[in-house]
Design a protein around this ligand. Structure first.
Ligand code: O7M
Length: 260
């Protein structure tokens, strides 16, 4: 359901840009009006909206956040909660349920906690509520190598492999709706794209402010780009979104043509 919603939205907007609506700390009322302003102006160039706790904490889940979600849905944009859910199953399920009930179409989770008594309840809930689950596979920041890049012994095969490869395998096995891989690591996007065999779409954050390039990330195999400051903090967020969208969409079109 969620995957199809995303595909439909991207096709309609001719965009694979997900806006990360992260604003610097401010008074809740100002944050809400600025968030709505940016969303209203940039939405023609977006395929989805992502919020994280930076927005939920000051605005309140069933308060300001719901107002933003309802506006996004009115504009036809699916919504993603970047919760990086990472606890025992019972807690994970409760957290996910709140987000889905508030109107989020998908949540982002950390596969590190494993399936049994970890992620399983979230996937079960997501299927029941027809919502999505996206997993972290390789993050965009420098220190990602210390966790996602460390060499570990796979608990099933006993082979020594990089952690992110195990996470990519879990994304496939658990039938996740997406895998997050930093746009700052093109080699990782290529490698993970190959191991996902086109069955799980790649969501790439890190374009612009973190140094990643939209065109290069798409060429390497990313399906969607998560973009925050390059749009939110631009003098003209609408224009910035349009420019990034244009570069990314052209690359994804040419990748599709080459694959045919
Ligand atoms: O474009 P930016 O750098 O201003 O914002 C990027 C957004 O993506 C911001 O909301 C981060 O929390 C998020 N993000 C990363 O930057 N790196 C990651 O590895 C993962 C995420 C993310 O979205 O996690 C799901």
């Amino acid at each position: 359901m969620f995957r199809q919603k995303m595909e439909k939205s991207a096709k309609k907007a001719k965009s694979n840009i997900i806006l990360a609506l992260d604003l610097p700390a401010d008074k809740p009322r100002r944050l809400l009006s600025r968030s709505l302003q940016i969303l209203n102006s940039a939405h023609p160039y977006l395929c989805a909206l992502k919020l994280n706790r930076q927005a939920v904490l000051p605005l309140g889940l069933f308060d300001g956040v719901q107002e933003i979600l309802s506006r996004a849905h009115d504009l036809g944009l699916p919504t993603i909660m970047d919760a990086k859910i990472n606890d025992i199953g019972n807690t994970n399920r409760a957290i996910a349920e709140y987000y889905y009930k508030a109107g989020f179409d998908a949540v982002i989770c950390n596969p590190f906690v494993g399936w049994d008594g970890g992620m399983q309840p979230v996937f079960e809930l997501a299927r029941k509520m027809e919502c999505g689950v996206i997993l972290l596979v390789y993050m965009s920041h420098k220190g990602a190598v210390e966790g996602y890049g460390q060499i570990v012994q796979d608990s099933t095969s006993k082979w020594l492999v990089p952690q992110y490869r195990i996470f990519a395998e879990k994304a496939l096995k658990w039938n996740a709706d997406g895998a997050v891989v930093g746009a700052t690591y093109l080699d990782k996007i290529r490698e993970i794209h190959a191991s996902l065999k086109g069955k799980v779409p790649i969501y790439s954050p890190g374009v612009g402010a973190q140094g990643g390039d939209a065109k290069a990330a798409i060429e390497a195999g990313a399906n969607y780009l998560i973009v925050g400051r390059a749009i939110v903090e631009a003098k003209n967020p609408e224009k910035a979104a349009d420019q990034i969208r244009d570069a990314a969409w052209r690359s994804s079109r040419s990748r599709t043509r080459k694959a045919k």
